[in-house]
Design a protein around this ligand. Structure first.
Ligand code: IMP
Ligand code: MG
Length: 187
């Protein structure tokens, strides 16, 4: 059961709002530097829903023209480990052929989702594809995924907040924290 005060369900805060903003500003500056000589706009694809907070904050730190687009891909269901199956629930609105694609994701865990999406994008012949992921859990990786812009490497703990959910809750916490195990064990 989710407490009325969501903070009560958090065992510890891992990244505060201030830490996240500072790290995202660094990533945005790096991306701005890397793409500054590109003639074409950067085609930014956010993977909903988890990446929405990171996407909007990161894009405000990229000081170049960008295209906005989103996909909804789902591999999780309501549990805390992957089902292995990836479903595209919302596709891109635009053709990406010949474009510089920047994929923006909340967390790379097993890598299943991103491995699938990277093949999906490659088949649509973009000029380049790079990946920005706020978090990476390399200890859980079963599929190889290169991350071009990574916010933080995290240990194998179930995290919520700043877009990350447990059963669709906690996405609106402004920080990232570890969920108390009793919250999901009791479900
Ligand atoms: P992957 O396909 O196993 O890499 O899983 C990627 C997706 O699983 C992410 O985009 C998240 O939506 C979800 N996920 C993985 N780890 C966590 C976590 O610690 N908290 C919340 N969601 C997670
Ligand atoms: Mg996600």
């Amino acid at each position: 059961m989710v407490s009325q005060d969501m903070n009560q369900d958090i065992e510890k805060v891992v990244y505060t709002q201030e830490q996240l903003q500072a790290r995202i500003a660094e990533l945005g500056a790096q991306i701005t530097e890397d793409y500054k000589d590109c003639k074409e706009e950067i085609f930014c694809v956010g993977i909903l829903k988890g990446a929405v907070m990171f996407y909007t904050d990161l894009l405000r730190q990229i000081k170049l023209p960008v295209n906005f687009d989103f996909m909804i891909a789902s591999s999780y269901g309501n549990g805390t480990s992957t089902s292995g199956e990836v479903k595209i629930l919302k596709d891109l609105d635009y053709d990406i052929e010949g474009k510089h694609l920047l994929v923006i994701e909340d967390i790379i865990d097993s890598g299943t989702t991103m491995c699938y999406l990277k093949k999906y994008f490659a088949a649509r012949k973009p000029k380049s594809v790079k990946l920005a992921a706020l978090l990476s859990k390399p200890s859980r990786r079963t599929a190889d995924v290169d991350i071009d812009y990574c916010g933080y490497i995290v240990p194998d703990e179930f995290l919520v907040g700043y877009g990350l959910d447990y059963a669709e809750k906690y996405r609106n916490l402004p920080y990232i924290g570890v969920l108390k195990p009793e919250v999901y064990q009791n479900d």
